[in-house]
Design a protein around this ligand. Sequence first.
Ligand SMILES: Nc1ncnc2c1ncn2[C@@H]1O[C@H](COP(=O)(O)OP(=O)(O)O)[C@@H](O)[C@H]1O
Ligand SMILES: CC(=O)OP(=O)(O)O
Ligand SMILES: [Mg+2]
Length: 397
Amino acid sequence: MTRAVLTLNAGSSSIKFSLYELENGGGIAAEPVLSGQIDGIGVKAHIKAKDDKGKKLDDVDIPLQGDAESQHHEALEFLISWLHDHEKGWKIVAVGHRVVHGGERYSRPMKLDDNIIEHLTRLIPLAPLHQPHNLDGVDALRTMMPEVPQVACFDTAFHRTQAPVAQAFALPRWITGEGVKRYGFHGLSYEYIARVLPDYSPRANGRVVVAHLGNGASMCGMVDRKSQVSTMGFTAVEGLMMGTRTGALDPGVMLYLMENKGMDVKALTKLLYKESGLLGVSGISPDMRTLLASDKPEAKEAVDLFCYRVVRELGSLAAAIGGIDALVFTGGIGEHAAEVRRRVCLQASWLGISIDESANALHANRISEPRSTVDVLVIPTNEEWMIARHTATLLNL
Ligand SMILES: Nc1ncnc2c1ncn2[C@@H]1O[C@H](COP(=O)(O)OP(=O)(O)O)[C@@H](O)[C@H]1O
Ligand SMILES: CC(=O)OP(=O)(O)O
Ligand SMILES: [Mg+2]
C-alpha cells in the first residue's frame, strides 16, 4: 500500500481535507490523491470531493441540524465516516492538522501529545470559532487511528518574524508581558503564497500585500516573503470585516454595550464572532455568493463595507511596509469573487494599481494592466499542501 499523509483544516465555515502520497525519495507529492471540503457549515453544508484525476467523488448537500457549533461537530463525524469509506488503497502514516492558535509557546509545527493538546485547549477562548473545531478534529483522528502520529501546524507561526512594534498593543507593560499582543492568523495560507510567489511575479521579494479573503479574512504585509504586519491581532476577530465577525471595532462600543445593554462576555463573544460582519450588516447571509447575487440594498451595503475595509487596510499595510510592489488575492472570496477584487482595485488606484477588467473577470493569475506599478495577482492558496509538507518534514517521512 502507498504511504500517505492526511490533512485536516477546520475553518470557521468549512472543513477541508486532503490525502497526499509520500514520494519514494522522501517528501510529499505536488497534488493530493484525494481531496475535498465540507463548506457552508452553519448555512447550507455541502460536501465536494475529488480523486487525483479530478474525478468527482461527491458533490451533494448534507442535511445538518442545529446551530453552527453543533453543525461543525456533525460535519466532522460525517467526514470521518466518509474517509473510512474512501481511504482504501493508502496507508495513512501521519495526520497534519491546521491549528489556528499556537499562542506564545508554539512558533513551529509540533507532534501532538497529551501535554501539548492540554495547552492548546487553554487557548480556546482566544479563537472560539476555530480552536475547538481544530481540537475536535485531533480528538476524532486520534480515536480513529491511535497509532498514527498527529502534527499541529499553527496559523500564528508564520507571523512570529514580525518586529516587536508590529506585535504590540498600546497597553500597560504587565498586560503585554502576559502575551497579550498581535499574533496574526492565516499563516499557513501566507506561507504557501510566499513560497510560490516567485513563480508568479518578479517582484516576489519586494513589498507585497496578500489579502486572504474567505469567511475569515485578513491581510498580511511581507517584505522578502516574510511577514511584517497583519490585520489580525491577539484573536482572529481583529482587522477586516468577515463573514460573521466585526473586524476592528472601537473598544468604546463594547464598553457602551456592557454599560447600557447589559451585555456580558458570552453575549459579546456571540455578537463579535457570530452575528456581525456580512451577516450582521446584510441581515441576509454571511456568504459572499449570496450577497453578490442579491438585489437587496442591505446586501449591497454589506459588500460595500467589506470592500471599503479591505481598501483602508491595504493603505495601512502599504504604509507599514513602506510602499507596495505586488498585491495578491487569495481565499474563497479573493480567488472567486471578481466583483470584490474589481472594487478594491478601483478604489486603490491611488496606489498605482490599474486593473485589467477582462483578466479579472476570467480569474487570470495576473489581473493588473502592464502599466500598473503594482502587480496584482490571484493565487489559489493551499493550506493543505503546506500542512502535509510540514508534517512530512517534522516526522522525517
Ligand atoms: N464563486 C464565488 N463567488 C463569490 N464568493 C465565493 C465564491 N466561492 C466561495 N466564495 C466565498 O468564499 C467564502 C468562504 O471562503 P473560504 O476561504 O473557503 O472559507 P473559510 O474561511 O471557512 O476557510 C464565502 O464567503 C463564500 O461565499
Ligand atoms: C483564522 C481564520 O479566520 O480562519 P478561517 O478563515 O479559516 O475562518
Ligand atoms: Mg479558511
